[in-house]
Design a protein around this ligand. Structure first.
Ligand SMILES: Cc1ncc(COP(=O)(O)O)c(C=O)c1O
Length: 305
């Protein structure tokens, strides 16, 4: 149960129920928190965190893009993440790092420059009932009326809590219309991404995904592209028109909790064969990588002990 978990908070470990901030804190009032969600896996060599180095890079980049100061070095975060998993005795699950302004603020300007840091580790099977992504079944998606945040308005590459109102609105629309997920277009009308997932399409055997610039620098997106290239699959990163949703052979989401999740229906289009062959190959490759069975990618796994 979540209540049994120990949380890293400002250099200490505290019980789950003690990881609190004041309701008037700047981060509650304005959404001024940056965060990371990582996965860890029960590999053949013991529990290991997937691409911890990449997540650290993105956390540092989020702080830099928003002019925020992190309270610890990259190495200290790295150690604290591994220690949080160890303390909770978990073998498989998710980690969330949240860096936030805890001080009370009426003003829009944060009262502190230095963020506070917290780290959570959970096992979805024990702690998060209902967090389950059946690969074979796939998912459904709509194209919502809400567009992906424009990079001219806020740095969309920063993983900031406030940016997620965008994904929340898109997903709310999906749910109201009877879909599970939403795939947003950008303000120019090109395919962008899901609320918390990147999007891939397969057309004529080529793997396509929107270019960076309007989308989050997703670590799963980067991993899927790298794996595809190693497998000899041609990859294209570009400005993709939504017409591709109706002509591509396969569509799938990628993201930390799901890695690869096929889309079986988008708007009124029901895809023929789900999961499609390229999606399946990439799903299996990612499964072997995270379980430590593919030695070529062992540098992507950071042992917990
Ligand atoms: C907007 C958005 N796109 C894509 C992703 C996938 O990123 P990652 O693979 O790093 O989890 C996320 C993850 O939360 C996200 O929030």
């Amino acid at each position: 149960m979540l209540e049994d978990r120990m949380v890293y908070l400002r250099g200490d470990f505290v019980p789950w129920s003690d990881a609190k901030v004041h309701l008037m804190s700047h981060s509650v009032g304005r959404g001024s928190a940056i965060f990371e969600v990582l996965s860890f896996h029960d590999t053949v060599h013991g529990p290991a965190v997937f691409r911890l180095d990449e997540h650290m890079d993105r956390l540092l980049a989020s702080a830099a893009l928003l002019g925020m100061e992190l309270p610890m070095s990259r190495e200290e975060f790295h150690r604290a993440v591994l220690e949080t998993v160890r303390r909770n005795g978990l073998r498989e699950g998710f980690i969330k790092i949240i860096c936030f302004y805890s001080q009370v603020a009426f003003d829009i300007f944060p009262p502190q420059r230095m963020l506070d840091a917290s780290i959570f580790a959970v096992d979805p099977a024990q702690d998060l009932k209902g967090m389950h992504f059946p690969f074979e079944k796939g998912t459904t998606a709509c194209i919502p009326k809400w567009r992906k945040l424009d990079p001219e308005t806020v740095p969309v590459e920063a993983k900031a809590a406030a940016n997620y109102l965008n994904g929340i609105m898109a997903k709310e629309e999906a749910r109201k219309r009877g879909f599970e997920e939403a795939i947003m277009l950008d303000t120019q009308g090109f395919i962008a991404e899901g609320g918390t997932e990147s999007i891939f399409l397969v057309k004529d055997g080529r793997l396509m995904t929107p270019a960076l610039g309007t989308v989050l620098k997703s670590i799963s997106r980067k991993s899927v592209l790298e794996v595809a290239r190693v497998m000899g699959i041609e990859t294209v990163e570009g400005r993709l028109r939504p017409e591709l949703f109706f002509t591509s052979e396969e569509i799938f989401f990628s993201g930390t909790p799901i890695k690869v999740l096929p889309v079986r229906q988008i708007e009124e289009r029901v895809l023929d064969k789900v999961p499609g062959p390229v999606t399946k190959k990439l799903f299996e490759a990612m499964r072997d990588i995270v379980s430590g069975k593919d030695e070529r990618f062992k540098a992507w796994l950071f042992p917990v002990s």
